[in-house]
Design a protein around this ligand. Structure first.
Ligand code: SAM
Length: 250
């Protein structure tokens, strides 16, 4: 006979389940997250994004991909600001890149960077199939030297409508120092993972996965840097693993 869980046990069980799904759901319950996906996200997800999401699901580092609800959010933001020239740091198999490319007009451009092109190669056939590959200028290698090069030329200053940063968290503050010159006044920078699996709000001695612990201090430092920066307005969005949207105002 199955034992009946007490209210306390059920809650504890749900919490454990929720912990397991980690990263991609900061909501109160997995059921609520599933409701959002099934009601508002999956039914409106373009066929090619679904295909890329399913290919990525088989990748051993699938945890790195942008979630479908975050992809939908990015698409909406890009359309709201009429973005045309954008940048992405951290491509992986290209889910957020495809969301961006689909949201831009036909003559839109995305400068996309990743230290690894093998994962991008997995997604590229789907991006081509979606008819948006011509918008993407993919550069393999670390992003920081590319940003330094861009900053050197004043023509690039204030030229980007939107930048999505989803890469090495230990460099986010360095990226911010450069991106603030490259994004236009009124333009947006989105920093991903700023709630870092919820670890930003627990004490340092709480048990956490090794990689979560390693990057936690960098994310905490970034969040403080952004909150203190008078050149931007900010908004912390609890979608995915947390995105901080920064609107350049000066
Ligand atoms: C979380 S994943 C990006 C997920 C991607 N936005 C998506 O939608 O699937 C982080 C990516 O950053 C890349 N990366 C790490 N360090 C980097 C660096 N210094 N410059 C550029 N890319 C980097 C990694 O190779 C990895 O593909």
């Amino acid at each position: 006979m199955a034992s009946v869980a007490t209210a306390g046990e059920t809650e504890e069980n749900q919490e454990r389940q929720h912990q397991k799904s980690g990263h991609k759901s900061l909501l109160q319950s997995d059921a609520l997250y599933q409701y959002i996906l099934e009601t508002s996200v999956y039914p409106r997800e373009p066929e090619t994004m679904k295909e890329l999401r399913e290919i990525t699901a088989k990748h051993p580092w699938n945890i790195m991909t942008t979630s479908a609800d975050e992809g939908q959010f990015l698409g909406m933001i890009l359309k709201l600001i009429n973005a045309k020239k954008t940048m992405e740091i951290g491509v992986f198999t290209g889910y957020s890149l495809l969301a961006t490319a689909l949201a831009l007009p036909d003559d839109g451009k995305i400068l996309a960077m990743d230290i690894n092109c093998e994962n991008y190669d997995l997604g590229l056939p789907v991006i081509k199939k979606a008819g948006v590959a011509h918008k993407i200028d993919f550069r393999e290698g670390p992003a920081l030297p590319v940003l330094d090069q861009l900053v050197e030329d004043p023509k690039n200053h204030g030229s980007f409508d939107f930048v999505f940063v989803d890469a090495d968290k230990d460099n986010y503050v360095n990226y911010h120092k450069r991106l603030i010159d490259l994004v236009k006044i009124g333009g947006l920078i989105g920093y991903d993972n700023t709630l870092w699996n919820g670890s930003v709000a627990v004490s340092a001695d709480t048990p956490m996965r090794k990689y979560v612990r390693y990057y936690r201090d960098f994310v905490l430092e970034l969040n403080k840097t952004l909150a203190d920066d008078p050149r931007i307005e900010i908004c912390q969005i609890p979608v995915g693993d947390g995105i901080t949207l920064c609107r350049r105002i000066k």
